[in-house]
Design a binder for this molecule. Sequence first.
Ligand SMILES: C[S@@+](CC[C@H](N)C(=O)[O-])C[C@H]1O[C@@H](n2cnc3c(N)ncnc32)[C@H](O)[C@@H]1O
Length: 460
Amino acid sequence: MKKQGAGLRDQGVDGTAKVGPARKRPVSAGPTASVEAAVAKITPARLAAFEILKLVGENKGHSDELLHSARVDGLSPEDRNLTTALVMGVLRWQIALDARVRGLLQRPEQRLAEPVAIALRLGAFQLLHLDKIPAHAALSESVELCRAAGEPHATGMVNAVLRKLAAKPTSQNRDVGHPDLRSGRTVPLHESVAAFAERLGHPRWLVERWVAAYGREAALMICEADQREPAKGGMFVERGGDWPVMDDGSRLVAEIAAAAMPEAKRVWDCCAAPGGKTLILAKRLGSAEIVASDVSAKRLAQTEARLRRYAYAERVGFSVADAADAKSVTGEFDLILCDVPCSGTGTMAGNPEIRHRLKVEEFVRQAERQRSILTGALKRLAPGGRLVYSTCSLEAEECEGVVDAVVGAGGVVRVPVDGVMVERGVLSGEMGSAVRDGALRTLPGVHGGDGFYAVILERA
Ligand SMILES: C[S@@+](CC[C@H](N)C(=O)[O-])C[C@H]1O[C@@H](n2cnc3c(N)ncnc32)[C@H](O)[C@@H]1O
């Protein structure tokens, strides 16, 4: 692997942030010789991964965007792959890694400076999860990352902790247990919810909610699915060619929306960016005029550029609009897709950092916004028209809670999704458990693809 020259230290992933000393010395003083020397010993992939993890931890960017920044694009393919594996892996396993590291500290309750914690996570992740990385590389570069970040006093501790981790045979680094006859997985004996939440890198409070909502076995499967690369998809026979590449759960929602009103003439995709579901609507509803709108002008412009590459999307019109404000679009629609912004707890395999940012209050805040978007969109639904409300959240507040409140206010009725799916042949396979109370409810690891909720409402 190529060694990183000191010049890159000044070039942050987003063009602003830097690995160099984070405190004490003024920037004008320039980097110290020891920092320069440390940076020179770090490979580009680990340096980039460290910077991205730091930015994500400071809430200054999303892993997905940062991993597609110019800086990362400029790395060799091997370094790009390693950077992605390190960033996504550390974010997925952070809670479990921190627990392992804590157990090896002389004072487990001590609070580590963030750059030190990141260097330890990077080292521990490589030692525990990446078979092809030599232990000495994982260990020594974490030590150098610590030094390069202006934390030289912590290098001894980082070295000692990672050495202890590396010294244990692999079997002691992995959990041992017994085979579960139903799933074929190896599961630890008598494992509490708190224990499997930590083992699988999830906040306990979130997993406890899933156990209460879906049962222990499903919660375990969700956690396991979140720790894997997102599945490539395979639920639908029609794919490849000019079909968009998208998650199966997301595709299923779009297919249900198209099937809900196949004869629709005017269609509004009111939260459209980045446009995956718009493409399915355009593909399925060959004679409909489709309006794709989003409140974000930037995201809508990117969506338009993406959709223009598909000939069948030429009937799609684009408009920046706040769906909560009924006046932002004109006329009535016989089909509306309301794929609202949400917490995204059904998408944590691809968006692992969600779990670190979430707070329980977030669900109520999201629900308020979702209720106002759904209420605004419904004002544009023609009599007899149908609206599909969907989220990629696993949380009842954002799903059933929003729909119950809006249906309770009158003017719309629910149409069972299973009826539409069977009648219109959306899926031929077994999806029985993905329908609850007439709504679609897919769970990661249980149904394939991300976790989605969708319900069909009809204007009375
Ligand atoms: C879950 S994403 C939509 C994904 C999209 N339907 C797809 O399948 O590619 C939610 C979108 O809603 C947009 N949004 C948020 N608030 C909105 C509002 N008040 N009106 C319209 N769009 C909004 C966000 O900018 C975001 O692009």
